[in-house]
Design a binder for this molecule. Structure first.
Ligand code: ATP
Ligand code: MG
Length: 410
């Protein structure tokens, strides 16, 4: 096997630990991804040393200690944070989420035992080579996800492992080994007990995977266990769906009424911004085609860069006629951006100061008049030029009209 190329900042940590007489290994995702020739997302180390000894071995290197009670010291290196976790064994699980207690061990074999899949249960050291007690390397070459130990027991211990299994299948394009698939089919309902945030994190990564369609098909009941609002049939992800969080989530929720989609996102405790983006895409999914130029402009103003994701979402699976309409809309939107079109208050040729100078009372009226002016520009009723806009604003600011809260002069 070719040696795994280890970044210098990670090698430096191995060196410091071993100089202090503490055994340490690279472990988990970074070993898996390196063997697959993929760039690891992060580099995790495990070690025989307890956290206090890890900190002592790191000397003057700053650390973050939030995970220290579980054995994790995070070294804040110049290359980025690296988690260093003491070898652990896990006690019994009674809530399908986390072990009742964890204890440290000196034996890396025990630590690898508690890991979820064979491909994630390998450790590597530049001198000692690969430690692979469960045949992870062979499973990598066969492109199979196999649990460490009995899948039913492992999924019962921590139900999130079922979503992790689907996530790895979606990202790596691997098959799920037969017994693990059977356990997934039977035990999906246990996912109702896992934290919504953890489930959302795994689902997002699954949806972003190149093989999301296959993964959803193999465990749709698991997804419905965390999002009961979803329809009975698995969502399809045809090629070409934009690879962004809002687009992928919008695709998952595509067939659902807006209110139900919102409830589903709330159920997973989505952060406000992402929720708003997903819902904005869904709200425009049925926009009639072809889109008139003024509508393209309005939607581009409303959605910003999301407009292009909307086009991408609708292009996937569109008829030739729809495709032509969508491509025309995309070209027009791009031309508007390239031409520096005014799409928001920021590039309106008139500012709040101009309105105050006209005699507009300070306060909410300023915003209201500015938005009315922008509306005129977006619908092409007025050009984005100072003189025309100010002339129009004078009529808007006339006393009486503003008080009545009207956006348009009589
Ligand atoms: P990535 O970093 O790409 O998400 P990863 O495999 O490193 O992939 P992490 O969530 O960072 O995934 O977990 C690191 C390692 O910890 C895994 O490779 C696996 O060995 C172990 N692990 C993580 N979560 C679990 C779990 N729920 N059950 C058992 N082992 C787990
Ligand atoms: Mg990782």
């Amino acid at each position: 096997m070719n040696p795994i190329p280890i970044p210098a900042y990670v090698q430096a940590l191995l060196d410091r630990l071993e100089a202090a007489g503490q055994e340490a290994w690279l472990v988990g995702g970074c070993v898996r991804d390196s063997l697959l020739g993929r760039e690891p997302g992060d580099w995790d180390l495990c070690t025989a040393a307890i956290p206090q000894k890890v900190k002592a071995a790191l000397g003057d290197m700053p650390t973050a200690d939030v995970g220290i009670s579980h054995g994790t010291v995070t070294a804040l290196t110049a290359g980025g944070p690296v988690e260093i976790t003491t070898y652990r064994r896990e006690g019994a699980y009674s809530d399908h989420r986390r072990p009742d207690r964890v204890s440290f061990t000196q034996d890396i074999g025990e630590d690898l035992c508690r890991r979820d899949f064979t491909v994630n249960a390998m450790a590597y050291h530049p001198d000692r080579g690969l430690l692979d007690p469960f045949g992870g390397r062979e499973d990598l070459s066969r492109r199979v996800l196999r649990c460490v130990g009995d899948p039913a027991r492992r999924f019962q211990e921590d139900a999130l492992r079922m979503l992790r299994c689907m996530r790895f299948a979606a990202v790596l394009g691997f098959q799920v080994e037969g017994l693990a698939q059977k356990a997934l089919d039977q035990l999906s309902p246990l996912l109702a007990a896992v934290s919504r945030e953890r489930a959302r994190g795994e689902l997002t990564r699954l949806l972003l995977g190149d093989y999301a369609s296959q993964a959803l098909a193999l465990g749709w009941q698991a997804v419905r266990a965390v999002m009961p609002e979803l329809p009975k049939r698995p969502a399809a992800f045809p090629p070409g769906i934009p690879g962004t969080l809002p687009a992928r989530w919008a695709r998952l929720l595509w067939p659902m009424p807006l209110g139900q989609a919102e409830a589903a996102l709330e159920g997973l405790r989505f952060p406000h911004t992402s929720r708003r983006e997903v819902l904005a895409l869904l709200a425009c999914r049925d926009e009639p085609l072809p889109m008139p130029p003024s509508r393209v402009k309005e939607l581009l103003a409303r959605l910003g860069p999301l407009f292009f994701q909307l086009v991408g979402l609708r292009l996937a699976g569109a008829s030739p006629g729809e495709k032509a309409g969508l491509e025309a809309a995309r070209a027009q939107a791009q031309a508007l951006l390239d031409g520096g079109a005014c799409l928001s208050l920021r590039n309106l040729a008139v500012t709040g100061h101009d309105l105050l100078a006209l005699g507009c009372p300070p306060g909410p009226e300023v915003g209201r008049v500015l938005r009315a002016l922008l509306g005129q520009v977006l619908s092409d009723a007025l050009p984005n030029r100072r003189e025309e806009l100010l002339a129009y604003a004078v009529r808007l600011v006339r006393p009486g009209l503003l008080k009545a809260g009207r956006g348009d002069p009589a």
